[in-house]
Design a protein around this ligand. Structure first.
Ligand SMILES: *Cc1c(COP(=O)(O)O)cnc(C)c1O
Length: 470
């Protein structure tokens, strides 16, 4: 959540002259007799009629962006009406209340089993897994499991002298920096070099020592959509173990890719087929095709998830074990995830993801053909690509392009890469289910029509827009 600073910087609506409610817009409230607009920065004195309150809030939200034109987010912005109905049916279900809602709990269990199957868990009976609010929570849980396992192996040195560390690329999503900060783990980051925009296996192995709790490999870098070489990372760590005896587990952050690769790249070795992979997370609300609010974390075996992190709560009835940061949480997303799995199956998922990747690849190619841009990735791993202005372009930059696209309603973020490629600024397009070939055509037309004006600028206006956060 954005952390809000009270009323700072807000125009105080109460300073305006008082307006009465337009009778065509709202209705005079028979309960409170309120006839004016309610205050919006202090707690209102009395109630207002539901139709008026609805209109009041609805109208303000109208000014939010059009999510289908948002090419910045990975998160699902379109589901079938049936899925929407199912979610509305489940709005009142609390995921933690597994005794009151045993069928919802059962759907969660089935989703875990299906993901274990999809990700080739060697023994579906010993796999552990849970739903979460998203990949961030799933990564916190996976990171805690790694840290606790390491701590149990080092009861003398921790917490007395040793400080745990976690190895990752500088391109990791911010959740890993959060994990390391919140749980007091040193983040050891492998920088980008040249045209390598993600983790280098050997560099990762070289950073490991006896206090390394694990290596994070990202299946689908948020910066450019490329898959990190998980199998090569495991091989470098096998080699490290042979040389030094250090046995370092791998966590795969498959926030996006764990729901793409199984369908489009079945030969790619990245999951539990690699014995070193201890745990995997994904965002059900990204390429799992569910509206925001669901992620998944799975551990290969019960040994990978220390039992003392699991809590049993019996005061809601029952004593189902849970591993979570939240307590109460909506159940609708889990029902919607199960719906998506049974609705599409492997073949359906393959078709949806293939279509999205086809749109990404063809759009990337056509942007390259405009001549003003250089592609850094081509949408052939995640259906995501990054591009920058061609070397000879000196009158505009990626920030100008991002700003001008906004005028047509398209949200395409511009940002600079992390160390050691801070010199490189890029635009990124995330293609999702619902961004059709037709919409991609319209987007390309808009981009192409902006170019004459951008080329005619005397110099780039640059990074006047607020920085983009992954
Ligand atoms: C999106 C993303 C996350 C965070 O996921 P949320 O579901 O938004 O919490 C973590 N890692 C990667 C690689 C991501 O793409």
């Amino acid at each position: 959540m954005a952390l809000h600073h009270g009323m700072r910087g807000r125009r105080d609506k109460e300073e305006r002259p008082e307006f009465s409610v337009n009778p065509l817009y709202g209705e005079a409230n028979p309960v409170s007799g309120m006839s004016g607009e309610p205050p919006c920065h202090r707690f209102p004195d009395g109630p207002m009629a539901p139709t008026t309150a609805y209109q009041f809030v609805h109208d303000e939200l109208m000014l939010d962006g059009n999510a289908r034109q948002n090419l910045a987010t990975f998160v699902t912005t379109w589901m079938e009406p049936q899925a929407g109905r199912l979610m509305a049916d489940c709005l009142d279900k609390n995921m933690i209340d597994k005794d009151e809602y045993p069928r919802t709990a059962e759907l969660e269990r089935r989703c875990v089993a299906m993901l274990a199957h999809l990700w080739h868990a060697p023994d579906p009976d010993t796999v552990m897994g849970c739903s979460t609010t998203g990949s961030s929570e799933a990564c916190m849980l996976a990171g805690m499991a790694l840290k606790r396992r390491w701590a149990k192996r080092n009861p003398v040195s921790y917490p007395a002298t040793a400080r745990p560390n976690l190895i990752m690329g500088t391109n990791v999503q911010v959740c890993w920096e959060k994990f390391c900060d919140f749980w007091e783990v040193e983040a050891r980051q492998v920088p980008m070099e040249g045209n390598r925009f993600h983790l280098d296996p050997q560099a990762a192995a070289d950073l490991c020592d006896e206090n390394t709790i694990g290596v994070v490999a990202v299946l689908g870098s948020t910066f450019d959509g490329s898959y990190e070489p998980v199998a090569e990372v495991c091989r470098a760590l096998d080699d490290l173990q042979e040389r030094t005896g250090l046995n370092v587990p791998v966590h795969v952050d498959g926030a996006s890719g764990a729901m793409v690769a199984p369908f489009l790249d079945p030969e790619l070795m990245w999951d539990f087929r690699l014995p070193r992979v201890a745990s995997i997370n994904t965002s059900g609300h990204k390429y799992g095709l569910v509206y925001p609010g669901v992620g998944w974390a799975l551990w290969r075996t019960a040994e990978d998830l220390p039992e003392d992190l699991v809590f049993r709560v019996d005061y809601l009835g029952g004593d189902m074990p849970t591993f979570a940061l939240n307590f109460s949480r909506p159940g609708a997303q889990v029902a919607a995830q199960y719906y998506t799995f049974v609705r599409l199956g492997r073949e359906g998922f393959r078709a949806v993801q293939q279509n999205t990747r086809d749109v990404a690849r063809s759009l990337a190619e056509r942007i390259e053909a405009l001549g003003d841009f250089t592609l850094l990735s081509r949408g052939d791993q995640l259906p995501v690509f990054a591009f920058t202005t061609a070397e000879e372009i000196d009158t505009f930059d990626v920030y100008d392009v991002s700003r001008r696209l906004r005028e047509r309603g398209w949200l395409v973020p511009a940002y600079s890469f992390p160390p050691n490629r801070e010199d490189l600024s890029v635009l990124r397009v995330v293609c999702r289910n619902g961004f059709s070939v037709d919409l991609a055509d319209l987007f390309l037309d808009d981009l192409a029509s902006l170019l004459p004006e951008l080329r005619a600028q005397t110099a780039p206006l640059g990074k006047a827009v607020t920085a983009f956060h992954h």
